[in-house]
Design a protein around this ligand. Structure first.
Ligand SMILES: [Zn+2]
Length: 231
């Protein structure tokens, strides 16, 4: 469960010395549902460590089509490789569950990470977990039926949300999954018939997570995988 006092889980594992060096350079960034920031091609000037809420990294196509590349909750941060080298973003960030994050300049984080092995380990652990997720996503999109991918997406959102009810329209879900709205509708009906969810008027209720897990494809990864760096 998340709540308004929770801090980014990744950073909460740092020792006092590293935390004391880092937090003075971070500021609180509150975001509302529907807020968007960043454009593909922009330099990554800041990284956002999510305290609570959900930010989706969305790939936008020239024709206006879009699909989610990855989702960030309190297990991680936006901007990924920018803590190592100056980077450009290839996505737009879309806030789909209101919350807050800690924001830090990319150049400052690079400086701090170069001085702190525990910080580098924490950041690299998240990067590695995200890399695995991204490696799975292309074959997942090519091989797995929409209802399985929808179930996977709902599990990921449920992991990062506060409670069993998620508010999201068919139009939003279609944009995240890169499918037609009719496909979202069919997938929702499939999951509802299985008893995993109920869905009406932009409101998804997770009724049985075990069933939802059984409905999802094998590509679902729990966010805990991102906060257990080895070594
Ligand atoms: Zn899959």
């Amino acid at each position: 469960m998340t709540n308004s006092t929770q801090v980014d889980l990744l950073l909460s594992g740092l020792g006092k010395e590293d935390a004391d060096a880092l937090y003075p350079f971070m500021s609180t960034f509150n975001f509302e549902e529907g807020d968007e920031f960043g454009h593909a091609g922009d330099d990554v000037s800041h990284l956002y460590f999510v305290n609570h809420g959900i930010i989706s990294a969305v790939s936008m196509m020239k024709d206006g089509e879009s699909a989610e590349a990855y989702m960030v909750g309190s297990e991680g941060f936006t901007g990924v490789t920018a803590w190592q080298v100056p980077s450009k973003t290839s996505v737009r960030f879309y806030c789909h569950l209101a919350g807050s994050a800690l924001r830090i300049k990319a150049s400052k984080l690079r400086e701090l990470a170069s001085d702190s092995a525990p910080l580098r380990t924490a950041l690299a652990g998240y990067d590695a977990a995200l890399q695995v997720e991204l490696e799975k996503s292309a074959p997942c999109n090519a091989l797995h039926p929409a209802a399985q991918r929808f179930a996977k997406w709902l599990l990921r959102a449920h992991d990062r949300a506060n409670g069993d009810i998620l508010f999201m329209t068919q139009d939003f879900l279609a944009k995240m999954l890169g499918v037609q709205r009719s496909t979202v509708n069919e997938s929702a009906q499939t999951l509802a018939r299985a008893g995993a969810i109920s869905y009406s008027r932009g409101r998804v209720q997770i009724r049985d997570r075990t069933t939802l897990l059984a409905c999802a494809c094998e590509c679902y990864l729990a966010p805990e995988a991102a906060r257990a760096p080895s070594g």
